[in-house]
Design a protein around this ligand. Structure first.
Ligand code: ATP
Length: 361
């Protein structure tokens, strides 16, 4: 049965460090929810607090209506998958998956049925009698998933489950996790520092920094509408341009920068005189031989070009101090070379004015 998981002002300290610092948010029933952030931001600690391996110093975690403070880990009915799989090497695949049911004293016939179903879901039936140390990394991760699913957990917890796999297998397992989540519909909390994993799988993502949650939203929301420069930079590539707001009105925000005036769509949270850091994604930049009318367009010099087939990545200098990265899709036969004078253009709707996160927060 899927349940919601709620954090209410949860703090977990290690000595003077607040690894999780007063966070409040709710994970809905059946969500594939991501905790995303750089190393040390507190995401594993948050996950382990849900599992009950750590006790919150302050605040409370609820599964549905139930407060979990006094519930020990083995009574929380969570299934956990670790980065290093943590399979028992001397056991077969079948025995690894069966183990959790032995501990729960599940009758033999039901045990057989449930192990069979779990191995089916992860497509490992044919390896049931294989020793777990004779499996590839991807296969071991499938068994680890089956072992977590077989106990029919209320919440599935995944701690960097794909980071030990090579890039191709990671892509494949990503799709597998999406499929399995779709099939079983469990509330799943997935910890990673890999923004691609989060963008491609999540129903919602919480971006963490220094023990706090800086933004929660659907992948498209946090990519297109980041709340501050930290989120914009962490979720994908972007260019930053410092400026000061000149005017805000008539559907337009006009920002003065060292390369000239930049127009953005109007924003309620900025007023004339405010400092703004403009975030402009590389895929929003267009490169041409002539200036574009009625949009943001600046003269620039190509300083680097990398052809990658489906995409060409340019480094362009708009001035001695300001350079930007531009990704041109389907580059075809148009070539720009270092030293070429060009124009760089981007639409007002692709410029996101931001503030830097409060360093003292
Ligand atoms: P990573 O991706 O590197 O695992 P993370 O975002 O999961 O990082 P945590 O492991 O939750 O971060 O760590 C958050 C902070 O708490 C860090 O400053 C870390 O050094 C500290 N920390 C975590 N576990 C412990 C512990 N058992 N004892 C002391 N400090 C800890």
């Amino acid at each position: 049965m899927a349940v919601s998981v709620t954090f209410e002002s949860v703090t977990k300290r290690f000595g003077d460090t607040a690894a999780v610092d007063g966070v409040t948010f709710e994970i809905h029933e059946g969500e594939l929810f991501f905790l995303l952030g750089p190393s040390g931001c507190g995401k594993s600690t948050a996950l382990r607090t849900v599992a009950g391996f750590y006790q919150a110093d302050e605040g409370e975690i609820h599964f549905g209506e139930r407060a979990m403070r006094n519930v020990p880990p083995h009574e929380r009915n969570t299934g956990m998958v670790f980065q290093n799989y943590a399979l028992w090497p001397h056991m077969t695949v079948y025995q690894n998956v069966e183990y959790g049911l032995n501990v729960r004293k599940v009758p033999d016939a039901e045990k057989k049925r449930r192990v069979g179903e779990a191995l089916d879901i992860v497509q490992m039936q044919e390896y049931a009698e294989r020793s777990s140390n004779q499996l590839s990394g991807g296969q071991q991760q499938r068994v680890a998933l089956a072992r977590a699913l077989v106990i029919e957990p209320d919440v599935l917890l995944l701690d960097e489950p794909l980071s030990n796999l090579d890039a191709k297998l990671r892509d494949e397992m990503r799709q597998e996790i999406k499929r399995i989540h779709g099939e079983v519909g469990l509330t799943t909390i997935y910890v990673t520092h890999d923004q691609r994993e989060a963008l491609s799988l999540a129903s919602r993502v919480a971006v963490m920094r220094l023990g706090k949650i800086v933004q929660i939203g659907a992948p498209r929301e946090i990519y297109a509408e980041p709340d501050n420069t930290f989120v914009a930079h962490f979720i994908g590539d972007t260019n930053f341009l410092d400026g000061r707001v000149e005017t805000n009105g008539g559907g337009n925000l006009s920002v003065k920068t060292s390369v000239g005036q930049v127009r953005c769509d109007a924003r309620l949270d900025f007023a004339g005189g405010d400092e703004a850091v403009l975030s402009i994604r590389p895929e929003s930049l267009r490169i041409s031989d002539a200036a574009e009318a009625d949009t943001n367009s600046y003269e620039a010099t190509i300083i680097g070009a990398t052809y990658l087939g489906s995409i060409e990545e340019y480094e362009v200098a708009l001035s001695d101090e300001v350079s930007m990265r531009a990704s041109v899709y389907n580059p075809g036969h148009v070539e720009h070379h270092p030293g070429d004078r060009v124009y760089v253009s981007f639409d007002a709707s692709d410029v996101v004015p931001l503030r830097r996160p409060d360093e003292s927060a």
